[in-house]
Design a protein around this ligand. Sequence first.
Ligand code: GUN
Ligand code: FE
Length: 449
Amino acid sequence: MNDTPKLIVVVGTVMQTPTHRALQVLDNVAVVVRDGVVDAVLPAVSREAVDACGAADEVVHLSVRERLLPGLVDTHIHAPQWPQLGTGLDIPLERWLFEYTFPLEARYADAGFALDVWERMVPTLLAHGTTTAVYYSSIHEDATLRLAETCAHFGQRAFVGRVAMDHPEGTPEWYRDVDAAAGVAASARSVEAIRSLGSALVEPIITPRFIPACTHELLLGLGDLAARTGAVVQTHCSESDWEHGYVIERYGKRDAEMLAEFGLVRRGTVLAHGDHLCDDDFDIIRVAGAGVAHCPLSNSYFANAVFPLRRAQEWGVHVGLGSDVSGGPLPGLLPQCQHAVSASRMLEDGVDSARSPGERGVANSRVDVVAAFHAATLGGANMLGIPAGLIESGRAFDAIVVNADSGDSGLHYWDGIDNEERLFEKIVRLAAPSDITSVWVAGRRVAGA
Ligand code: GUN
Ligand code: FE
């Protein structure tokens, strides 16, 4: 990474969410970044800040309408589904997989096609401010390794998982691991190959697709692989009525219980969706140090229910946000913040006007943009155990600049009307890629000016 300046100082105002309850505004500070890591956050007028600026390789002065925020951590995204982003959401999950998604994912046997997709997708996500992405790849080892290489090349922090799936009924015979042993072996090779890249930014992640697509032996074998390699794990959990019910029918136990029995609910495990989790499941997840990737927009198509984000956050469960491309038909995470807030309001109020207001919804469910942005940044980072999600000393400098006066998104600071809290709310709800003027990952500028 010889294009990373050793010492950078960014001078301006920081907005971030150290907890899901509080916005922090650090007015007119100097963020001193040494070798990609935040060294200090100082008052811009202090002696040390002035000295740091004098010694820096690069000094960035934000304009009066720009704000520095932590980069966004997309905790659930299906990279091979990128070409069908924005389409194909007219049928339920169990049909969507077989009719649209598995045929597309099977095409990644062609590593050239894969590279073409990855090279379009990764820069686009960086431009949306996605500084970390937790990817499902396809079952193909070559395509998966190229995804990891592409992330390293463009400088995106990433967890890259070769998908394992071998169930003779839960998968088509033209897109599956031939058997459990082959699935575990290919996943083990993929972990090794990604580690061999030696990238400080890119890690492997063990990825059983979900219980319906995997045999008992494959799930056991991947739990064992996680224990042997120490690699983190991701899978789908209690996503929809069908998926949640399938596991109870097959095992007589809930999804989270079974995944825990397979050794797949570990520190850093990312359980996607989790819409039908109960409080006992939350306990399993919290105690294990695992977490949930909340994918609010995708959930409105496939989940049959709204994930109780506020309840999960108050329970002390790690929660990140996920785009779930392409079950969720939008790239980037700021729109997901907006959808998380909207979904929580519908959960609280309820949706059927034929019922009386008192029995329509679930009380105390609403979240605000602060709670949603926390999930999109520090919540996801904490779940994954990465030093990102907050601009503070000792953490990687993964950050974005949003200009509240640059584009035609409607994001504008009105003098005499707005204040910092309102500006933050506007940024989360309105900022488009054209308003995101700089993006850094580990101190390397990966998008913007
Ligand atoms: N469950 C298993 N595979 C998938 C997938 O690709 N997308 C979603 N949303 N759910 C899944
Ligand atoms: Fe998914």
